[in-house]
Design a protein around this ligand. Sequence first.
Ligand SMILES: [Zn+2]
Ligand SMILES: [Zn+2]
Length: 640
Amino acid sequence: MEEIHIQFPDKASLTFPKGIPAGEALKVWGQGPLNGMVAARFEGELIDLPAKLMRDGELRPLSEKEPEALEILRHSSAHLMAQAVKELFPEVQIAIGPAIEQGFYYDFGKKEPFTPEDLPRIEERMASLSRQKIPMVREELPRQKAIDLFASQGESFKVALLQDLEDPMVSLYRQGNFTDLCRGPHLASTTQIRFFKLTQVAGAYWRGDERNPMLQRIYGTAFFEKKALEDHLHRLEEARRRDHRRLGKDLDLFSLHDEVGPGLVIYHPKGALLRTILEDFEKKEHLKRGYEIVIGPQLLRADLWKKSGHYENYRELMYFTEIDGQSYGIKPMNCLAHMIIYKSKIRSYRDLPKRYFELGTVHRHEKSGVLHGLMRVRQFTQDDAHIICTPDQLQDEIRGVLDFVAYVMKIFDFAFEVEISTRPEKSIGSDEDWERATQALSQALEANGLSFSISEGEGAFYGPKIDIKLKDALDRRWQCATIQCDFTLPERFDLHYIGPDGERHRPVMIHRVILGALERFLGVLIEHYAGAFPTWLAPVQAVVLSVTDRTLTYCRGVHQALIQAGIRADLDIRNEKLGLKVREAQLQKIPYMIVIGDKEEEQQRISPRTRTGENLGLWTLPQFIDRVREESLPGKPAEP
Ligand SMILES: [Zn+2]
Ligand SMILES: [Zn+2]
Protein backbone atom coordinates (compact mmCIF):
# COMPACT_ATOMS: atom_id res chain seq x y z
CA MET A 1 0.00 0.00 0.00
CA GLU A 2 1.26 3.49 -0.87
CA GLU A 3 2.21 5.71 2.03
CA ILE A 4 2.15 9.46 2.58
CA HIS A 5 3.96 11.62 5.14
CA ILE A 6 1.96 14.17 7.04
CA GLN A 7 3.38 17.02 9.12
CA PHE A 8 1.43 18.36 12.11
CA PRO A 9 1.52 21.76 13.89
CA ASP A 10 3.87 20.47 16.61
CA LYS A 11 6.29 19.40 13.82
CA ALA A 12 5.46 15.74 14.39
CA SER A 13 5.58 13.80 11.14
CA LEU A 14 3.52 10.64 10.80
CA THR A 15 3.14 8.09 8.01
CA PHE A 16 -0.32 7.02 6.82
CA PRO A 17 -1.79 4.92 4.03
CA LYS A 18 -2.60 7.12 1.03
CA GLY A 19 -6.28 8.15 1.06
CA ILE A 20 -6.70 8.41 4.83
CA PRO A 21 -9.43 10.92 5.76
CA ALA A 22 -8.00 14.14 7.24
CA GLY A 23 -10.12 13.73 10.39
CA GLU A 24 -8.72 10.22 10.97
CA ALA A 25 -5.12 11.41 10.57
CA LEU A 26 -5.76 14.22 13.06
CA LYS A 27 -7.27 11.77 15.56
CA VAL A 28 -4.18 9.56 15.37
CA TRP A 29 -1.94 12.58 15.87
CA GLY A 30 -4.03 13.92 18.76
CA GLN A 31 -4.34 10.39 20.24
CA GLY A 32 -8.11 10.64 20.34
CA PRO A 33 -11.00 12.79 19.06
CA LEU A 34 -10.10 16.48 18.93
CA ASN A 35 -12.51 18.71 20.79
CA GLY A 36 -14.27 21.40 18.78
CA MET A 37 -12.67 20.37 15.50
CA VAL A 38 -14.69 21.71 12.57
CA ALA A 39 -12.57 21.10 9.49
CA ALA A 40 -8.89 20.92 8.60
CA ARG A 41 -6.26 22.87 6.76
CA PHE A 42 -4.07 20.91 4.37
CA GLU A 43 -1.15 22.82 2.88
CA GLY A 44 -2.97 26.00 3.90
CA GLU A 45 -6.21 25.06 2.14
CA LEU A 46 -9.43 24.41 4.06
CA ILE A 47 -10.75 20.88 3.60
CA ASP A 48 -13.51 18.72 5.10
CA LEU A 49 -12.61 16.26 7.83
CA PRO A 50 -13.67 13.28 5.65
CA ALA A 51 -11.50 14.56 2.75
CA LYS A 52 -8.98 11.93 1.68
CA LEU A 53 -5.30 12.87 1.84
CA MET A 54 -3.58 11.80 -1.37
CA ARG A 55 -0.10 13.32 -1.01
CA ASP A 56 2.52 14.48 1.51
CA GLY A 57 1.83 17.77 3.22
CA GLU A 58 1.15 19.77 6.33
CA LEU A 59 -2.13 19.21 8.18
CA ARG A 60 -3.66 21.20 11.01
CA PRO A 61 -7.06 21.09 12.67
CA LEU A 62 -9.46 24.01 12.33
CA SER A 63 -11.14 24.60 15.67
CA GLU A 64 -14.40 26.36 16.52
CA LYS A 65 -12.40 29.30 17.77
CA GLU A 66 -11.10 30.32 14.34
CA PRO A 67 -13.13 32.75 12.22
CA GLU A 68 -13.22 30.41 9.22
CA ALA A 69 -14.93 27.83 11.42
CA LEU A 70 -17.94 30.09 11.97
CA GLU A 71 -18.19 30.61 8.23
CA ILE A 72 -18.19 26.84 7.66
CA LEU A 73 -20.84 26.36 10.33
CA ARG A 74 -23.04 29.02 8.77
CA HIS A 75 -22.58 27.78 5.26
CA SER A 76 -23.48 24.30 6.46
CA SER A 77 -26.50 25.79 8.22
CA ALA A 78 -27.61 27.30 4.90
CA HIS A 79 -27.55 23.79 3.41
CA LEU A 80 -29.47 22.44 6.38
CA MET A 81 -32.08 25.16 6.00
CA ALA A 82 -32.43 24.43 2.28
CA GLN A 83 -32.89 20.75 3.07
CA ALA A 84 -35.62 21.59 5.59
CA VAL A 85 -37.32 23.97 3.14
CA LYS A 86 -37.25 21.35 0.36
CA GLU A 87 -38.88 18.82 2.69
CA LEU A 88 -41.62 21.24 3.75
CA PHE A 89 -42.12 22.93 0.37
CA PRO A 90 -41.16 20.35 -2.27
CA GLU A 91 -42.15 22.69 -5.12
CA VAL A 92 -39.47 25.34 -4.39
CA GLN A 93 -36.21 25.55 -6.31
CA ILE A 94 -32.89 26.25 -4.65
CA ALA A 95 -30.70 29.10 -5.93
CA ILE A 96 -27.73 30.16 -3.78
CA GLY A 97 -27.01 30.04 -0.05
CA PRO A 98 -23.79 31.63 1.17
CA ALA A 99 -22.47 32.46 4.62
CA ILE A 100 -22.45 36.21 5.23
CA GLU A 101 -21.00 38.44 7.92
CA GLN A 102 -23.88 38.04 10.36
CA GLY A 103 -24.94 34.52 9.46
CA PHE A 104 -26.24 33.04 6.24
CA TYR A 105 -29.08 33.14 3.77
CA TYR A 106 -30.58 31.00 1.07
CA ASP A 107 -32.51 32.20 -1.99
CA PHE A 108 -35.39 30.05 -3.18
CA GLY A 109 -37.43 30.06 -6.37
CA LYS A 110 -40.98 30.27 -4.99
CA LYS A 111 -44.00 32.22 -6.21
CA GLU A 112 -45.45 33.26 -2.87
CA PRO A 113 -43.15 34.86 -0.30
CA PHE A 114 -42.38 32.94 2.88
CA THR A 115 -44.29 34.28 5.85
CA PRO A 116 -42.78 34.94 9.27
CA GLU A 117 -44.94 32.02 10.48
CA ASP A 118 -43.03 29.68 8.16
CA LEU A 119 -39.78 30.32 9.99
CA PRO A 120 -40.49 28.40 13.23
CA ARG A 121 -41.69 25.42 11.16
CA ILE A 122 -38.49 25.45 9.13
CA GLU A 123 -36.42 25.83 12.30
CA GLU A 124 -38.17 22.84 13.83
CA ARG A 125 -37.44 20.72 10.79
CA MET A 126 -33.80 21.86 10.86
CA ALA A 127 -33.53 20.82 14.51
CA SER A 128 -34.95 17.41 13.70
CA LEU A 129 -32.52 16.95 10.79
CA SER A 130 -29.71 17.98 13.10
CA ARG A 131 -30.75 15.34 15.65
CA GLN A 132 -30.65 12.69 12.92
CA LYS A 133 -26.86 13.21 12.64
CA ILE A 134 -26.88 13.11 8.85
CA PRO A 135 -23.37 12.98 7.35
CA MET A 136 -22.58 15.82 4.91
CA VAL A 137 -20.75 14.09 2.09
CA ARG A 138 -18.65 15.62 -0.65
CA GLU A 139 -18.73 14.18 -4.13
CA GLU A 140 -16.82 15.23 -7.23
CA LEU A 141 -18.15 14.65 -10.72
CA PRO A 142 -17.88 15.99 -14.27
CA ARG A 143 -19.75 19.25 -14.76
CA GLN A 144 -22.08 17.81 -17.41
CA LYS A 145 -23.12 15.01 -15.04
CA ALA A 146 -23.98 17.62 -12.40
CA ILE A 147 -26.00 19.60 -14.94
CA ASP A 148 -27.95 16.44 -15.83
CA LEU A 149 -28.55 15.67 -12.18
CA PHE A 150 -29.92 19.12 -11.30
CA ALA A 151 -31.88 19.30 -14.57
CA SER A 152 -33.59 16.01 -13.66
CA GLN A 153 -34.59 17.57 -10.32
CA GLY A 154 -35.93 20.71 -12.03
CA GLU A 155 -33.31 22.88 -10.30
CA SER A 156 -32.89 25.39 -13.11
CA PHE A 157 -30.95 27.93 -11.03
CA LYS A 158 -28.31 25.31 -10.23
CA VAL A 159 -28.15 24.39 -13.91
CA ALA A 160 -27.61 28.06 -14.79
CA LEU A 161 -24.83 28.36 -12.20
CA LEU A 162 -23.14 25.23 -13.54
CA GLN A 163 -23.36 26.49 -17.11
CA ASP A 164 -21.41 29.58 -16.05
CA LEU A 165 -18.59 27.50 -14.58
CA GLU A 166 -15.64 26.47 -16.67
CA ASP A 167 -14.18 23.79 -14.42
CA PRO A 168 -14.41 20.30 -15.94
CA MET A 169 -15.05 18.81 -12.48
CA VAL A 170 -17.38 20.23 -9.84
CA SER A 171 -18.20 19.25 -6.28
CA LEU A 172 -21.56 18.50 -4.72
CA TYR A 173 -22.51 18.02 -1.10
CA ARG A 174 -25.13 15.51 -0.09
CA GLN A 175 -26.91 15.11 3.20
CA GLY A 176 -29.65 12.48 3.10
CA ASN A 177 -31.61 13.07 -0.09
CA PHE A 178 -30.64 16.75 -0.36
CA THR A 179 -27.89 17.68 -2.82
CA ASP A 180 -26.30 21.07 -3.37
CA LEU A 181 -23.69 22.40 -5.73
CA CYS A 182 -20.89 23.66 -3.52
CA ARG A 183 -17.16 24.15 -3.24
CA GLY A 184 -17.25 23.43 0.50
CA PRO A 185 -15.78 22.79 2.92
CA HIS A 186 -18.57 21.73 5.23
CA LEU A 187 -19.06 20.22 8.63
CA ALA A 188 -18.91 16.45 8.69
CA SER A 189 -22.44 16.02 10.08
CA THR A 190 -25.66 17.95 10.65
CA THR A 191 -25.35 17.20 14.36
CA GLN A 192 -22.79 20.01 14.70
CA ILE A 193 -25.46 22.57 13.80
CA ARG A 194 -27.30 23.17 17.06
CA PHE A 195 -27.55 26.86 17.91
CA PHE A 196 -29.24 28.63 15.03
CA LYS A 197 -32.11 31.00 14.38
CA LEU A 198 -33.91 32.12 11.24
CA THR A 199 -34.20 35.86 11.45
CA GLN A 200 -35.88 37.36 8.42
CA VAL A 201 -37.58 36.84 5.08
CA ALA A 202 -37.03 39.13 2.11
CA GLY A 203 -37.32 39.28 -1.66
CA ALA A 204 -34.12 39.25 -3.69
CA TYR A 205 -33.55 39.28 -7.42
CA TRP A 206 -31.73 36.36 -8.98
CA ARG A 207 -28.13 37.56 -9.36
CA GLY A 208 -29.09 40.89 -7.75
CA ASP A 209 -30.56 42.16 -11.04
CA GLU A 210 -34.06 43.60 -11.09
CA ARG A 211 -34.67 42.32 -14.62
CA ASN A 212 -34.39 38.77 -13.28
CA PRO A 213 -37.08 36.85 -11.39
CA MET A 214 -37.69 37.71 -7.75
CA LEU A 215 -36.53 34.99 -5.37
CA GLN A 216 -37.55 34.45 -1.76
CA ARG A 217 -34.69 34.83 0.67
CA ILE A 218 -34.50 33.53 4.22
CA TYR A 219 -31.83 34.90 6.51
CA GLY A 220 -30.53 33.04 9.52
CA THR A 221 -27.59 32.82 11.82
CA ALA A 222 -25.73 30.10 13.68
CA PHE A 223 -23.13 29.81 16.42
CA PHE A 224 -21.18 27.09 18.15
CA GLU A 225 -22.38 28.22 21.58
CA LYS A 226 -25.81 29.06 22.93
CA LYS A 227 -24.59 32.18 24.70
CA ALA A 228 -23.04 33.58 21.51
CA LEU A 229 -26.34 33.06 19.68
CA GLU A 230 -28.30 34.80 22.44
CA ASP A 231 -25.92 37.76 22.48
CA HIS A 232 -26.22 38.03 18.73
CA LEU A 233 -30.03 37.97 18.81
CA HIS A 234 -29.99 40.64 21.47
CA ARG A 235 -27.79 42.81 19.24
CA LEU A 236 -30.16 42.21 16.31
CA GLU A 237 -33.08 43.38 18.43
CA GLU A 238 -31.09 46.47 19.36
CA ALA A 239 -30.24 47.05 15.69
CA ARG A 240 -33.95 46.87 14.82
CA ARG A 241 -34.68 49.43 17.51
CA ARG A 242 -32.02 51.71 16.06
CA ASP A 243 -32.80 51.08 12.37
CA HIS A 244 -32.16 54.40 10.63
CA ARG A 245 -35.06 53.88 8.23
CA ARG A 246 -37.49 53.64 11.13
CA LEU A 247 -35.89 56.46 13.11
CA GLY A 248 -35.62 58.56 9.95
CA LYS A 249 -39.41 58.40 9.72
CA ASP A 250 -40.13 58.78 13.45
CA LEU A 251 -37.80 61.79 13.74
CA ASP A 252 -38.97 63.18 10.38
CA LEU A 253 -35.44 63.38 8.96
CA PHE A 254 -35.72 61.98 5.43
CA SER A 255 -37.80 59.79 3.14
CA LEU A 256 -37.46 57.58 0.07
CA HIS A 257 -40.30 57.12 -2.41
CA ASP A 258 -40.93 54.74 -5.22
CA GLU A 259 -42.50 57.52 -7.27
CA VAL A 260 -39.28 59.53 -6.98
CA GLY A 261 -37.05 56.57 -7.80
CA PRO A 262 -35.09 53.97 -5.85
CA GLY A 263 -31.99 55.13 -3.98
CA LEU A 264 -32.88 58.84 -4.18
CA VAL A 265 -33.14 60.54 -0.80
CA ILE A 266 -35.38 63.46 0.14
CA TYR A 267 -34.17 65.33 3.20
CA HIS A 268 -36.94 66.83 5.34
CA PRO A 269 -36.20 70.06 7.27
CA LYS A 270 -34.66 68.36 10.31
CA GLY A 271 -32.61 65.94 8.21
CA ALA A 272 -31.41 68.74 5.97
CA LEU A 273 -30.43 70.73 9.05
CA LEU A 274 -28.54 67.76 10.48
CA ARG A 275 -26.68 67.40 7.21
CA THR A 276 -25.94 71.12 7.10
CA ILE A 277 -24.41 70.91 10.60
CA LEU A 278 -22.20 68.10 9.39
CA GLU A 279 -21.24 69.99 6.24
CA ASP A 280 -20.40 73.16 8.18
CA PHE A 281 -18.23 71.12 10.51
CA GLU A 282 -16.43 69.60 7.55
CA LYS A 283 -15.82 72.88 5.76
CA LYS A 284 -14.32 74.40 8.88
CA GLU A 285 -12.07 71.41 9.53
CA HIS A 286 -10.86 71.31 5.94
CA LEU A 287 -10.07 75.02 5.84
CA LYS A 288 -8.09 74.60 9.06
CA ARG A 289 -5.93 72.00 7.35
CA GLY A 290 -5.03 73.97 4.24
CA TYR A 291 -7.69 72.60 1.89
CA GLU A 292 -9.35 74.91 -0.65
CA ILE A 293 -13.08 74.52 -1.27
CA VAL A 294 -14.05 73.99 -4.92
CA ILE A 295 -17.26 73.08 -6.75
CA GLY A 296 -17.46 71.13 -10.02
CA PRO A 297 -20.37 70.52 -12.44
CA GLN A 298 -22.65 67.46 -12.42
CA LEU A 299 -22.23 66.82 -16.14
CA LEU A 300 -18.96 66.52 -17.99
CA ARG A 301 -18.40 65.54 -21.59
CA ALA A 302 -18.17 61.81 -22.24
CA ASP A 303 -14.83 62.42 -23.99
CA LEU A 304 -13.37 63.54 -20.69
CA TRP A 305 -14.56 60.32 -19.03
CA LYS A 306 -12.89 58.42 -21.86
CA LYS A 307 -9.64 60.26 -21.24
CA SER A 308 -9.77 59.50 -17.51
CA GLY A 309 -10.44 55.79 -18.00
CA HIS A 310 -13.80 55.95 -16.23
CA TYR A 311 -15.62 55.26 -19.48
CA GLU A 312 -13.67 52.07 -19.97
CA ASN A 313 -13.58 50.88 -16.36
CA TYR A 314 -16.58 52.39 -14.63
CA ARG A 315 -19.19 52.84 -17.35
CA GLU A 316 -21.72 50.33 -15.97
CA LEU A 317 -22.06 52.48 -12.86
CA MET A 318 -22.50 55.77 -14.74
CA TYR A 319 -25.45 57.60 -16.28
CA PHE A 320 -25.13 59.30 -19.66
CA THR A 321 -27.21 61.91 -21.41
CA GLU A 322 -27.07 63.95 -24.58
CA ILE A 323 -27.02 67.73 -24.98
CA ASP A 324 -26.86 69.42 -28.41
CA GLY A 325 -25.89 66.14 -30.01
CA GLN A 326 -22.96 65.69 -27.60
CA SER A 327 -22.68 62.84 -25.11
CA TYR A 328 -22.22 63.77 -21.43
CA GLY A 329 -21.62 61.64 -18.35
CA ILE A 330 -23.08 62.48 -14.93
CA LYS A 331 -20.15 62.40 -12.55
CA PRO A 332 -19.72 59.27 -10.42
CA MET A 333 -16.58 60.85 -8.90
CA ASN A 334 -15.32 64.39 -8.43
CA CYS A 335 -11.73 64.03 -9.61
CA LEU A 336 -11.89 65.47 -13.11
CA ALA A 337 -12.94 69.04 -12.36
CA HIS A 338 -10.27 69.21 -9.66
CA MET A 339 -7.58 68.27 -12.14
CA ILE A 340 -8.84 70.89 -14.53
CA ILE A 341 -8.54 73.52 -11.80
CA TYR A 342 -4.98 72.37 -11.21
CA LYS A 343 -4.21 72.61 -14.92
CA SER A 344 -5.62 76.11 -15.23
CA LYS A 345 -2.24 77.56 -14.24
CA ILE A 346 1.42 76.70 -14.38
CA ARG A 347 2.30 75.27 -10.96
CA SER A 348 5.68 75.47 -9.27
CA TYR A 349 6.94 72.97 -6.68
CA ARG A 350 6.55 75.87 -4.22
CA ASP A 351 2.76 75.82 -4.78
CA LEU A 352 2.45 72.17 -3.81
CA PRO A 353 0.69 70.43 -2.27
CA LYS A 354 -2.67 71.62 -3.62
CA ARG A 355 -5.59 70.29 -1.62
CA TYR A 356 -8.98 70.70 -3.32
CA PHE A 357 -12.04 69.87 -1.24
CA GLU A 358 -15.58 69.46 -2.52
CA LEU A 359 -18.81 68.33 -0.94
CA GLY A 360 -19.28 66.55 -4.23
CA THR A 361 -22.63 65.08 -5.17
CA VAL A 362 -22.21 62.01 -7.37
CA HIS A 363 -24.52 59.51 -9.06
CA ARG A 364 -23.83 55.81 -9.35
CA HIS A 365 -26.03 53.17 -10.90
CA GLU A 366 -26.08 50.71 -8.00
CA LYS A 367 -28.20 47.62 -8.61
CA SER A 368 -31.61 48.01 -7.06
CA GLY A 369 -31.07 44.81 -5.04
CA VAL A 370 -28.26 46.38 -3.00
CA LEU A 371 -30.00 49.69 -2.25
CA HIS A 372 -30.68 50.07 1.45
CA GLY A 373 -32.09 53.15 3.19
CA LEU A 374 -29.36 55.78 3.43
CA MET A 375 -26.61 53.17 3.51
CA ARG A 376 -26.61 52.37 -0.19
CA VAL A 377 -28.15 54.96 -2.53
CA ARG A 378 -27.84 56.14 -6.13
CA GLN A 379 -27.20 59.81 -5.47
CA PHE A 380 -24.91 60.78 -2.64
CA THR A 381 -22.54 63.49 -1.53
CA GLN A 382 -18.97 62.73 -0.58
CA ASP A 383 -16.63 64.86 1.49
CA ASP A 384 -14.16 64.43 -1.30
CA ALA A 385 -10.72 65.93 -1.74
CA HIS A 386 -7.85 65.54 -4.15
CA ILE A 387 -4.35 66.30 -3.01
CA ILE A 388 -1.87 66.93 -5.78
CA CYS A 389 1.72 66.85 -4.54
CA THR A 390 5.30 65.99 -5.40
CA PRO A 391 6.33 62.34 -4.94
CA ASP A 392 8.47 63.50 -1.97
CA GLN A 393 5.43 64.94 -0.23
CA LEU A 394 3.29 61.84 -0.69
CA GLN A 395 3.95 60.14 2.61
CA ASP A 396 3.50 63.29 4.70
CA GLU A 397 0.25 64.04 2.92
CA ILE A 398 -1.09 60.54 3.60
CA ARG A 399 -0.05 60.88 7.22
CA GLY A 400 -1.88 64.21 7.39
CA VAL A 401 -5.06 62.56 6.10
CA LEU A 402 -4.67 59.73 8.62
CA ASP A 403 -4.37 62.30 11.44
CA PHE A 404 -7.49 64.02 10.11
CA VAL A 405 -9.41 60.73 10.11
CA ALA A 406 -8.30 59.93 13.67
CA TYR A 407 -9.37 63.40 14.84
CA VAL A 408 -12.82 63.12 13.26
CA MET A 409 -13.43 59.58 14.50
CA LYS A 410 -12.68 60.78 18.02
CA ILE A 411 -15.20 63.62 17.66
CA PHE A 412 -17.90 61.07 16.85
CA ASP A 413 -16.61 58.59 19.38
CA PHE A 414 -15.93 55.86 16.82
CA ALA A 415 -13.13 53.31 17.02
CA PHE A 416 -11.83 52.25 13.62
CA GLU A 417 -9.95 49.58 11.70
CA VAL A 418 -7.58 50.04 8.79
CA GLU A 419 -7.09 47.93 5.68
CA ILE A 420 -4.91 48.31 2.58
CA SER A 421 -6.46 47.14 -0.70
CA THR A 422 -4.12 46.10 -3.50
CA ARG A 423 -4.36 45.91 -7.29
CA PRO A 424 -7.63 44.49 -8.70
CA GLU A 425 -7.92 42.50 -11.92
CA LYS A 426 -9.55 45.36 -13.82
CA SER A 427 -7.06 48.20 -13.45
CA ILE A 428 -4.83 50.69 -15.25
CA GLY A 429 -1.21 51.76 -14.68
CA SER A 430 2.20 50.09 -14.53
CA ASP A 431 3.24 47.46 -11.99
CA GLU A 432 5.99 49.78 -10.80
CA ASP A 433 3.54 52.61 -9.99
CA TRP A 434 1.25 50.22 -8.15
CA GLU A 435 4.15 48.94 -6.10
CA ARG A 436 5.35 52.48 -5.29
CA ALA A 437 1.88 53.64 -4.27
CA THR A 438 1.20 50.57 -2.11
CA GLN A 439 4.53 51.17 -0.37
CA ALA A 440 3.69 54.82 0.32
CA LEU A 441 0.39 53.85 1.93
CA SER A 442 1.81 51.15 4.19
CA GLN A 443 4.78 53.31 5.23
CA ALA A 444 2.48 56.18 6.19
CA LEU A 445 0.38 53.81 8.30
CA GLU A 446 3.47 52.44 10.01
CA ALA A 447 4.81 55.95 10.65
CA ASN A 448 1.47 56.86 12.27
CA GLY A 449 1.61 53.72 14.39
CA LEU A 450 -1.60 52.29 12.93
CA SER A 451 -1.91 48.54 12.49
CA PHE A 452 -3.66 47.35 9.33
CA SER A 453 -4.71 44.28 7.40
CA ILE A 454 -4.28 43.65 3.68
CA SER A 455 -7.13 42.95 1.30
CA GLU A 456 -5.71 41.54 -1.94
CA GLY A 457 -7.20 42.74 -5.23
CA GLU A 458 -9.72 45.12 -3.66
CA GLY A 459 -8.12 48.42 -4.77
CA ALA A 460 -9.76 51.00 -7.07
CA PHE A 461 -9.01 50.55 -10.77
CA TYR A 462 -6.53 53.44 -10.76
CA GLY A 463 -4.59 52.77 -7.57
CA PRO A 464 -4.24 51.02 -4.20
CA LYS A 465 -6.12 52.43 -1.22
CA ILE A 466 -6.42 52.57 2.52
CA ASP A 467 -9.93 51.75 3.72
CA ILE A 468 -11.02 52.82 7.15
CA LYS A 469 -13.93 51.06 8.77
CA LEU A 470 -15.49 52.62 11.83
CA LYS A 471 -17.01 50.55 14.62
CA ASP A 472 -20.39 51.76 15.88
CA ALA A 473 -22.13 51.37 19.23
CA LEU A 474 -23.24 47.84 18.23
CA ASP A 475 -19.70 46.91 17.19
CA ARG A 476 -20.65 46.83 13.52
CA ARG A 477 -18.13 47.92 10.86
CA TRP A 478 -18.94 50.64 8.37
CA GLN A 479 -16.78 51.83 5.53
CA CYS A 480 -16.06 55.55 5.93
CA ALA A 481 -12.69 57.05 4.97
CA THR A 482 -10.64 55.94 2.00
CA ILE A 483 -7.26 57.22 0.88
CA GLN A 484 -6.26 56.28 -2.66
CA CYS A 485 -2.95 56.84 -4.35
CA ASP A 486 -3.03 57.61 -8.04
CA PHE A 487 -0.15 57.91 -10.50
CA THR A 488 -2.31 57.31 -13.54
CA LEU A 489 -4.70 60.25 -13.74
CA PRO A 490 -1.87 62.84 -13.50
CA GLU A 491 -0.33 60.98 -16.45
CA ARG A 492 -3.54 60.85 -18.49
CA PHE A 493 -4.29 64.51 -17.85
CA ASP A 494 -0.67 65.53 -18.28
CA LEU A 495 -0.48 67.34 -14.93
CA HIS A 496 2.89 68.80 -14.12
CA TYR A 497 4.78 71.25 -11.96
CA ILE A 498 8.03 73.10 -12.43
CA GLY A 499 10.68 71.66 -10.11
CA PRO A 500 13.64 73.46 -8.46
CA ASP A 501 15.64 72.42 -11.56
CA GLY A 502 13.34 74.47 -13.80
CA GLU A 503 12.10 71.27 -15.50
CA ARG A 504 8.57 69.85 -15.76
CA HIS A 505 7.76 67.03 -13.35
CA ARG A 506 4.77 64.76 -12.84
CA PRO A 507 2.88 65.22 -9.54
CA VAL A 508 1.08 62.44 -7.64
CA MET A 509 -2.60 62.57 -6.76
CA ILE A 510 -4.38 61.35 -3.64
CA HIS A 511 -8.14 60.83 -3.71
CA ARG A 512 -9.56 60.81 -0.22
CA VAL A 513 -12.78 61.03 1.74
CA ILE A 514 -13.06 61.28 5.52
CA LEU A 515 -16.69 60.51 6.33
CA GLY A 516 -17.29 59.04 2.88
CA ALA A 517 -20.83 59.34 1.56
CA LEU A 518 -22.67 61.73 3.85
CA GLU A 519 -25.87 59.75 3.33
CA ARG A 520 -24.30 56.60 4.69
CA PHE A 521 -22.54 58.47 7.45
CA LEU A 522 -25.83 60.02 8.55
CA GLY A 523 -27.42 56.56 8.51
CA VAL A 524 -24.58 55.28 10.69
CA LEU A 525 -24.88 58.28 13.05
CA ILE A 526 -28.63 57.79 13.45
CA GLU A 527 -28.11 54.15 14.43
CA HIS A 528 -25.00 54.82 16.52
CA TYR A 529 -26.83 57.38 18.68
CA ALA A 530 -30.21 55.62 18.32
CA GLY A 531 -31.50 59.01 17.14
CA ALA A 532 -30.50 60.75 20.40
CA PHE A 533 -27.91 63.04 18.85
CA PRO A 534 -25.48 64.90 21.08
CA THR A 535 -26.41 68.55 21.51
CA TRP A 536 -23.92 69.74 18.88
CA LEU A 537 -25.56 67.57 16.19
CA ALA A 538 -29.20 67.62 17.29
CA PRO A 539 -31.27 69.43 14.65
CA VAL A 540 -33.50 70.67 17.47
CA GLN A 541 -31.51 71.36 20.63
CA ALA A 542 -34.32 72.65 22.86
CA VAL A 543 -38.08 72.95 22.78
CA VAL A 544 -40.03 75.51 24.79
CA LEU A 545 -43.17 73.97 26.32
CA SER A 546 -46.02 76.10 27.68
CA VAL A 547 -47.90 74.89 30.77
CA THR A 548 -50.76 77.38 30.47
CA ASP A 549 -52.04 79.90 27.95
CA ARG A 550 -51.37 82.70 30.50
CA THR A 551 -47.62 82.53 29.74
CA LEU A 552 -47.70 82.44 25.94
CA THR A 553 -46.05 85.83 25.50
CA TYR A 554 -43.23 84.87 27.85
CA CYS A 555 -42.83 81.51 26.01
CA ARG A 556 -42.54 83.25 22.67
CA GLY A 557 -39.99 85.67 24.14
CA VAL A 558 -37.84 82.83 25.48
CA HIS A 559 -38.05 80.99 22.15
CA GLN A 560 -37.01 84.12 20.24
CA ALA A 561 -34.12 84.77 22.62
CA LEU A 562 -32.83 81.23 22.09
CA ILE A 563 -33.06 81.53 18.30
CA GLN A 564 -31.26 84.89 18.44
CA ALA A 565 -28.52 83.27 20.52
CA GLY A 566 -27.96 80.74 17.72
CA ILE A 567 -29.65 77.85 19.50
CA ARG A 568 -31.80 75.52 17.41
CA ALA A 569 -35.07 75.81 19.32
CA ASP A 570 -38.70 74.82 18.72
CA LEU A 571 -41.84 76.12 20.39
CA ASP A 572 -44.76 73.95 21.49
CA ILE A 573 -47.65 76.10 22.72
CA ARG A 574 -50.44 73.70 21.76
CA ASN A 575 -53.31 73.54 24.21
CA GLU A 576 -52.30 70.04 25.38
CA LYS A 577 -51.35 68.53 28.72
CA LEU A 578 -47.72 69.15 29.70
CA GLY A 579 -47.17 65.39 30.20
CA LEU A 580 -48.09 64.73 26.58
CA LYS A 581 -45.83 67.49 25.25
CA VAL A 582 -42.90 66.22 27.33
CA ARG A 583 -43.46 62.66 26.09
CA GLU A 584 -43.54 63.78 22.47
CA ALA A 585 -40.37 65.83 22.88
CA GLN A 586 -38.70 62.79 24.45
CA LEU A 587 -39.76 60.62 21.51
CA GLN A 588 -38.25 63.26 19.24
CA LYS A 589 -35.09 62.84 21.35
CA ILE A 590 -34.66 66.61 21.78
CA PRO A 591 -31.80 67.20 24.27
CA TYR A 592 -33.60 69.90 26.33
CA MET A 593 -37.19 70.70 27.20
CA ILE A 594 -37.85 74.13 28.65
CA VAL A 595 -40.99 74.15 30.74
CA ILE A 596 -42.64 77.51 31.34
CA GLY A 597 -45.55 78.08 33.73
CA ASP A 598 -46.70 80.90 36.00
CA LYS A 599 -43.83 80.43 38.45
CA GLU A 600 -41.19 80.69 35.70
CA GLU A 601 -42.74 83.84 34.31
CA GLU A 602 -43.06 85.50 37.75
CA GLN A 603 -39.41 84.87 38.55
CA GLN A 604 -38.24 85.48 34.95
CA ARG A 605 -36.63 82.05 34.93
CA ILE A 606 -36.93 78.85 32.91
CA SER A 607 -37.10 75.18 34.01
CA PRO A 608 -34.96 73.04 31.70
CA ARG A 609 -35.23 69.24 31.71
CA THR A 610 -33.07 66.79 29.81
CA ARG A 611 -34.46 64.11 27.49
CA THR A 612 -33.32 61.49 29.98
CA GLY A 613 -35.80 62.93 32.49
CA GLU A 614 -33.50 64.96 34.72
CA ASN A 615 -35.06 68.16 36.07
CA LEU A 616 -32.45 70.92 36.26
CA GLY A 617 -34.45 73.37 38.46
CA LEU A 618 -34.88 77.10 37.92
CA TRP A 619 -32.31 78.68 35.59
CA THR A 620 -31.81 82.13 34.09
CA LEU A 621 -31.92 82.23 30.31
CA PRO A 622 -28.25 83.32 29.87
CA GLN A 623 -27.20 80.42 32.12
CA PHE A 624 -28.98 77.98 29.84
CA ILE A 625 -27.69 79.60 26.65
CA ASP A 626 -24.12 79.28 27.95
CA ARG A 627 -24.61 75.60 28.66
CA VAL A 628 -26.02 74.80 25.21
CA ARG A 629 -23.33 76.85 23.48
CA GLU A 630 -20.70 74.94 25.40
CA GLU A 631 -22.25 71.65 24.31
CA SER A 632 -22.52 72.83 20.71
CA LEU A 633 -18.79 72.40 20.20
CA PRO A 634 -18.16 69.32 18.03
CA GLY A 635 -17.41 66.22 20.04
CA LYS A 636 -19.17 67.31 23.23
CA PRO A 637 -20.81 64.49 25.19
CA ALA A 638 -23.75 62.53 23.84
CA GLU A 639 -25.96 63.15 26.87
CA PRO A 640 -26.47 66.70 28.15
ZN1 LIG B 1 -22.30 24.97 0.30
ZN1 LIG C 1 -11.15 61.15 -7.01
